[in-house]
Structures are given as C-alpha cells and as structure tokens.
Design a protein around this ligand. Structure first.
Ligand SMILES: CC(C)(COP(=O)(O)OP(=O)(O)OC[C@H]1O[C@@H](n2cnc3c(N)ncnc32)[C@H](O)[C@@H]1OP(=O)(O)O)[C@@H](O)C(=O)NCCC(=O)NCCS
Length: 200
C-alpha cells in the first residue's frame, strides 16, 4: 500500500435541481468540479477529462480519474494509479436485484456481521468495475472475499483489491485503486462552486 492514497472529494448537489437533461448536465458538471478539486488537493495538473468511446475515463499526464453522481451527491478523484469511485444512495430494492449483486457466500459474510450488505456490495463492486474500466457485464467476475467495518476485499480475474468505504446517513461512497491505497477524504457540506480553486 502506498503511504499517500488519493484525495476523494465528496460534495452535495444543490437542493433545488432543474429537471430532465439540465439536471443530468448539472450533476455531471458538479462531479467534474469534484475531480478538479481532487487534482488541486494533490498538486496534479489540470486534466483534460476525456473518455473513450466506451465512456471509460482516459488518463492524462500520468493521472487517472473517476467520478460518480447520485441524485443528491457527487464524488470525484484523481490518482497516479488506476482508480474507480462510486456513490450510491440507500433505497428499497427487490429480492431479485439482491440476488444479482450478492451470491450466497457473500451474503453470509455480511450476515455474520448483522448487515444485509446490499448497498456496500453494490457500490464496492461498481468502484472496482470502474477502476478496471469495464461495465456491468463483468459483475459476475467480481467476488467479495472479506468484509470489515469500512473495507471490502474483492477479487476480480485473480487480482485482489481493497475497496474503502465511507458511510453517510443515506449514502455509501466506495473507492478502489490499483494499489489498494487508503484514500484521504475531503467532504464538503455545501455544493462545490464553479471555481475548483476554492479552499475547503
Ligand atoms: C457505467 C456505470 C459505471 C455507471 O454507473 P452509475 O452508478 O450508473 O453512474 P455513476 O454516476 O456512478 O458513474 C458514471 C460515471 O462513470 C464513468 N464511467 C462510465 N462508464 C465507465 C466504465 N466502463 N469504466 C469506468 N468509468 C466509467 C463516467 O465518467 C460516468 O460519468 P459521466 O457520464 O458524467 O462522465 C455502470 O456501472 C452501470 O451501468 N451501472 C448501473 C447501475 C447498476 O446496475 N449497478 C449494479 C451494481 S454493481
């Protein structure tokens, strides 16, 4: 593990949001502010936030980046290692969805801890899939091997990752990086302003 993990920036969206396309644009804009704020916090250069034809974020000047938007919160990160971040809001889920995300052995790992594990698994596996730049079709190749208070140990195609998780009253944020380094968090209680230069 590296001594200095990436800085992950987490911020709320404005409480009043436009509808439809404009809402999506605003979420994406705020998530990109979080990525730029993460770059600033790590003295990284200003990155061209480009994606390939499969929507996978492309590294720039040796820096990787990832972002996530939920209906009320965004997260963004840059890192010298490959990285994936995911933020998910707690919600009611159907049993068939739970079975799609967690197998019996994984369910047992959470049951031992008195947790249902759904949200943690969902966001943890998404963060890993984003780090690898693959989509949900790869979900079945991703297995949880160990569950701790704020980490999950995952295996994907023979590779091991530690996914770090941060809990909010109605959200979980997960981060997965190539070197399994422990992230540092910059959590905002107000939406990020257009200028990413603003001090926290
Ligand atoms: C493509 C996917 C990564 C989108 O995830 P999401 O939770 O819906 O959306 P998020 O806001 O967290 O992430 C979207 C961002 O991920 C990035 N992204 C998209 N595809 C990606 C990929 N293959 N690899 C890495 N990053 C990707 C993009 O930057 C995108 O944001 P942008 O369009 O504003 O640039 C994918 O995992 C998905 O379709 N998820 C649907 C939800 C689901 O069924 N999850 C199962 C639980 S494991």
């Amino acid at each position: 593990m590296s001594a200095q993990g990436p800085v992950i920036v987490i911020a709320p969206l404005p409480s009043v949001l436009p509808r439809g396309r404009e809402r999506v644009e605003l979420q994406r804009d705020h998530a990109r502010r979080a990525v730029r704020r993460s770059a600033l916090a790590q003295n990284a250069p200003r990155l061209a936030l480009r994606k390939n034809v499969d929507e996978v974020p492309q590294p720039d000047q040796g820096w990787h980046w990832s972002l996530s938007h939920s209906p009320s919160r965004v997260a963004g990160v840059v890192s010298p290692s490959r990285v994936g971040v995911d933020v998910e809001e707690a919600r009611a889920v159907r049993a068939d969805m739970i079975d799609r995300i967690l197998d019996e052995r994984e369910k047992a790992l959470f049951e031992e801890r008195g947790e249902d594990g759904f949200l943690r698994t969902w966001t943890g596996k998404e963060a890993l899939l984003k780090e690898f730049g693959v989509g949900l079709q790869a979900l079945s190749r991703c297995r949880i091997e160990r569950v701790d208070a704020d980490t999950l140990e995952l295996r994907f195609d023979g590779q091991r990752r530690v996914v770090y998780q941060r809990f909010f009253p109605d959200h979980v944020v997960s981060i997965c990086s190539q070197d399994s380094s422990e992230p540092r968090y910059e959590v905002w209680d107000a939406p990020l302003a257009p200028s990413e230069e603003r001090a926290p």
